[in-house]
Design a protein around this ligand. Structure first.
Ligand SMILES: *[C@@H]1O[C@H](CO)[C@@H](O)[C@H](O)[C@H]1NC(C)=O
Length: 341
């Protein structure tokens, strides 16, 4: 929400910029004082426009812009609201003035229209390349407004349906549906993502880390047993790596720090749902058992003090679970779930 003083400041800015400036760098030679209902917009792509100070009518800005190459120099645009007034509103104060043709301020000069209408506009497109993924287009848009106007055109672009995104697999114990920016492009540039976990009876979200995010998991249905091993040096009384273990009831939450090894399982015979915001739109996951057994046999044997044989390594590889697996033995017994299912 804008505060009252912010709104007042914006209005003051608008009336200033629509007043005829004293230090006008150029005088339009054309249609300035005609009083016709033509308005001009401010081009917001510095360094590329040709033909300045020709005027560009609102109705033709799209073709004007589409003739511009996207490979323009770094933007010097400032995120201030632009004030589109009736044609005689004066030079826009967004003129950078750094050189004779640096500013693309297109508002024509002149005076005489007493009813100045003040609206806030944003520069019209493209300022967004085409033919790329939505995420890439958003990343390459000149402004957030360009991205939303040109890429996220449908209101439905702002909704992600975790229920519809479910695949009901591949693990037997449930699944974790991830809304990163690839799955949900509207997140691009926001620095936030989300995962929603559906764990069946005894379902087990196998140990993993998130490469680029801290997670804040809240249980919304059922109970979750949570474990986290943070990093070297976080130890229990026996000087062993500390395993922070909690049973989370409904609406209880726990954080998993970026890079910390963590896992969850459903200790009960009903379904569990948890919701996990993550502090990155591209949080990533590295599932530890799979990652470890992706190493060379000799490396794995060396890491285990050469106490296991090559055949053992293959055997372990064969029993690595999918991400969400059927978990802990005692739960399987309690819920009468055969181990192989
Ligand atoms: C538990 O979840 C599974 C898979 O989503 C569903 O088929 C089953 O009906 C659910 N059971 C209950 C009791 O809600």
């Amino acid at each position: 929400m804008l505060t009252t003083s912010t709104v007042a400041a914006i209005l003051a800015f608008c009336s200033l910029s629509s007043a005829k400036p004293l230090n006008r760098k150029w005088e339009p030679s054309g249609s300035a004082n005609t009083g016709s209902a033509v308005s001009y917009t401010t081009a917001d792509i510095p360094g590329t426009a040709t033909g300045w100070p020709h005027h560009h009518e609102t109705s033709s800005t799209s073709s004007y812009y589409s003739s511009l190459s996207y490979a323009h120099s770094a933007s010097t645009a400032v995120d201030v609201p632009e004030c589109t007034a009736s044609p005689d509103s004066g030079d826009s104060s967004s003129n950078t003035g750094s050189s004779g043709n640096a500013g693309n301020s297109g508002n024509s000069g002149g005076s005489g229209d007493s009813t100045t209408t003040i609206t806030t506009t944003v520069a019209s497109g493209p300022a967004t390349p085409t033919g790329l993924s939505k995420v890439a287009q958003i990343l390459l848009s000149d402004t957030r407004a360009d991205a939303i106007n040109n890429v996220l055109k449908d209101d439905a672009d702002f909704v992600f349906d975790f229920n519809k995104a479910r695949k009901f697999g591949p693990g037997a114990g449930g699944e974790v549906v991830q809304a990163n920016r690839k799955a949900f492009p509207a997140l691009t540039g926001t620095g936030i993502g989300m995962a929603v976990g559906f764990l069946g009876p005894c379902g087990f979200n196998t140990p993993h880390v998130h490469n680029r995010a801290t997670e804040l998991l809240i249980v919304t249905k059922g109970r979750v047993v949570s474990e986290m091993v943070v990093e070297n040096g976080v130890e229990d009384a026996d000087k062993k790596p500390r395993d922070i273990t909690n049973t989370l009831e409904e609406l209880q939450a726990t954080p998993y720090f970026m890079g910390a090894l963590h896992t969850q399982y459903n200790p009960d015979c009903g379904n569990v749902t948890f919701v996990a915001p993550l502090s990155s739109e591209d949080f990533g996951a590295n599932t530890m058992a799979q990652a470890y057994f992706a190493l060379e046999d000799d490396t794995i044997r060396a890491a285990a003090g050469n106490q296991i044989t090559g055949a053992d390594v293959d055997k372990f590889r064969g029993i690595i679970s999918t991400n969400v697996a059927l978990g802990v033995e005692q739960c399987l017994k309690k819920c009468n779930i055969p181990k192989s299912s």
